[in-house]
Write a protein that binds this ligand. Structure first.
Ligand SMILES: [Zn+2]
Length: 160
């Protein structure tokens, strides 16, 4: 069954907008505003990596949620967002399922399909697919070392 990855545009925008603002100005007041404005963000921490100190932090950590990190000022500073992940996965069996896709957090249907990092395969066999050699001239074909070996677990039952 096809497993697809989506990003909630609404939740993602909260992170993106916060990041834009933090890059311009960062203090506790800014972080306080952002955490209260965006429901999907629980805590923000900005660390000065060069001077090894916390620039500002605000919010109550949600230990069950992920932490996204973004580097800025050429890697001199990092901001950590303890937030809901705006990326989620869903299964799509048929066209009508696409209508039902919504963000598990904010329930927004304004979602974007992203290139999935999950491999989808209908065949769980670990064997490499065999190339189609029917188009190759016989002189080439006879030099190719392709065996028809199939791992035992993948053989049809009658051959076991
Ligand atoms: Zn959302």
């Amino acid at each position: 069954m096809p497993l697809f990855e989506f990003e909630c545009i609404n939740c993602r925008k909260g992170i993106e907008d916060s990041l834009t603002l933090i890059q311009k100005k960062v203090d506790k007041k800014v972080l306080t505003q952002l955490v209260s404005k965006f429901d999907n963000i629980y805590r923000i921490e900005v660390i000065d990596l060069k001077n090894k100190k916390i620039v500002a932090d605000y919010g109550k950590k949600n230990a069950d949620r992920s932490i996204l990190d973004f580097y800025f000022e050429e890697g001199a500073k990092v901001v950590f967002f303890n937030s809901e992940n705006y990326r989620f996965t869903d299964l799509i069996y048929d066209e009508s399922d696409k209508e039902k896709i919504k963000c598990p957090f904010c329930k927004s249907k304004n979602v974007e399909k992203v290139f999935s990092s999950f491999a989808f395969t209908s065949d769980l066999s670990t064997n490499m697919p065999m190339p189609d050699m029917s188009g190759l001239p016989a002189s080439v074909r006879k030099n190719m070392m392709l065996t028809g070996y199939v791992e035992e677990k993948d053989r049809p039952k009658k051959n076991r």
